[in-house]
Design a protein around this ligand. Structure first.
Ligand SMILES: [Zn+2]
Length: 259
């Protein structure tokens, strides 16, 4: 997430004595995750080149997302999803806590089927639905009890700009654990299959990404798994274990014929 280091996330962090009354004392509530994600998303939309709603890539992304959400069964959860495309060559996608999801054109342009796109989306949606960011945040706070950072949200706060960089660090420096990545892989695949997509799509995404060269950090969904061959193998095993026939993958409108 290096590209976003400069974004002052409008999240307010304050030093405070956190009441450690219960096990989840450090975990931001679902409502707070939604507020946090929304504010961060607004920041990103004003500072990055976000494609307009009538752009084909945005329309396809939202169409695929709505198919996944239709079967997601989030019940009474407060998640407020949004789906945007950032015009940037970075090969990446990420979900903010509470629901906002961003794809980079650098990733979308490399995908060739709706099923591949659905696989990435389902993975990211699982991070949201399973509150991975919030659990990771809570773990970090437990590790630094001396600081006792407590998340608070205020509506009228223009005098806290100096805290923005701290917030930015906290927000984007958190890495999902391997356990969370595995869960996002597994439940994400289940979700895409439930929505009628072909799970070969997500396996192919990792094959595509493993070929993406260049320095810097690997994409979010590869970052916690240095051994992507093992990850692809596990996906293959999971697909075979389903013992089902899946619908043919559907080509994306911008995919080049023969790819
Ligand atoms: Zn992930």
């Amino acid at each position: 997430m290096r590209a976003f280091r400069a974004i002052p996330i409008a999240l307010v962090l304050a030093l405070a004595a956190a009441p450690a009354a219960h096990a989840d004392a450090f975990k931001p509530s679902k409502g707070d995750q939604v507020k946090l994600g929304k504010r961060a998303a607004q920041d990103i939309r004003t500072k990055e080149k976000v494609l307009p709603s009538n752009d084909e890539r945005v329309r396809v992304l939202r169409k695929v997302a709505s198919r996944l959400l239709a079967v997601a069964d989030d019940g009474k959860d407060p998640w407020e999803y949004s789906f945007d495309v950032i015009n940037n060559k970075e090969v990446n996608a990420f979900a903010l806590p509470g629901g906002p999801v961003f794809f980079f054109t650098g990733l979308l342009d490399r995908l060739s089927t709706e099923d591949q796109l659905a696989g990435v989306l389902a993975h990211e949606l699982t991070h949201v639905r399973k509150e991975h960011w919030a659990y990771q945040y809570a773990d970090e706070q437990k590790r630094s009890l001396g600081l006792n950072l407590l998340l608070i949200f205020t509506k009228a706060n223009n005098n806290v700009g100096n805290l923005a960089s701290i917030a930015n660090e906290v927000f984007f420096s958190l890495k999902f654990s391997r356990k969370h990545e595995t869960q996002a892989d597994e439940l994400g695949m289940d979700l895409m299959v439930k929505a009628g997509f072909n799970p070969e799509g997500i396996k192919e995404v990792f094959q595509i990404l493993s070929r993406v060269s260049g320095g810097g950090k690997p994409p979010e969904f590869l970052s916690s798994h240095p051994d992507d061959k093992n990850r692809i193998k596990k996906m293959d095993e999971r697909i075979k274990a389903m013992n089902k026939t899946f619908p043919a993958q559907k080509a994306l409108p911008w995919a080049k014929v023969g790819e």
